[in-house]
Design a protein around this ligand. Sequence first.
Ligand SMILES: *[C@@H]1O[C@H](CO)[C@@H](O)[C@H](O)[C@H]1NC(C)=O
Length: 238
Amino acid sequence: MYLSLLITFMCLAGGVFSSSLFSPCKKNDLPCIETTVNDALPKIFAGIPELGIPKTDPQFVAVIDADLTALKYTFYNSTIYGYKNCKMSNLKINDDLTKISGEVLCSSLMMDGVYEMKGRLITLPIEGNGNYMFEGASFHVDFDIKLDKIKGSDGKTHLFIRKITYKAKPLTPIKFNFQNLFNGKEDLAAVVKKFAQENWLEITLLLQDPIWEASLDQLKAAVNKYLATFAIDDTILN
Ligand SMILES: *[C@@H]1O[C@H](CO)[C@@H](O)[C@H](O)[C@H]1NC(C)=O
C-alpha cells in the first residue's frame, strides 16, 4: 500500500500521467501526435462516464433542423454510428498549439432516426415523415480547428476547441431509405428512391451540412470535456 502510494507520487512528480489517453509526444513529432490522437479518439467516442463525457459513437442527436433554399427537413432522435472508424492524417499544428488542420477518412458511417421533409430534392418534389436510414457513407473531411489555451485552477495549460471548420466530401454511394414518403404512395416513393440512387452525390451535398454541424457540435463538446481534464504541459513536450 505504501509502496503503491510512493510509486503514484513519484509518477505524478515526474510528470507522467498514466491515466491520460494521450501518450506524451514531442511538439514537432507529428507522426507521434497523429498516432496518439488516433488511439485516443475512439476511447473518447466510447464515452467516459467518470468524467461526464457522453458516448459519441453511437451518437444520439435529438433534433437536426434544416431550412435549405428549396427544402426543409427535420431529423428527430437520430443515431450516428461509426466515428470510431475514422482516421486522421496529414496533421499540421502551429507552433503555439492554437491551430490544427488535417484530413479525416471515415469509412463506414451510418445514421437512422425519424424524419420530416418537404420541398424539392434537387428537381424532384419530396414530402414525407417516418423512419429514415442512411447507409454506406464514407467521407473525406478536411478540417481546421482553432483552439484556445486556458490556465486551469491547477496552474497548468489546458486546450479548448473554439471552432471547427470542415469540408466533407462523400466518397461512395450512400443508400437513402425514407419510409412513408408521400404518406405511403408507393409509386411516387419509387420515383424518389430511383432518383436518390442515381443522384446520391448531389443529394448528399445538399443534405449533409446541417447534419455535420449538429454532430460536430456534440463531438466538440465531448472532446472539450476531456481536454479540460488533462494538461498539455504533460503531453506535448518541447
Ligand atoms: C423521440 O424520442 C422521444 C423519447 O423516446 C419520444 O418521446 C419522441 O416522440 C420521439 N420523437 C419522434 C419524432 O419520434
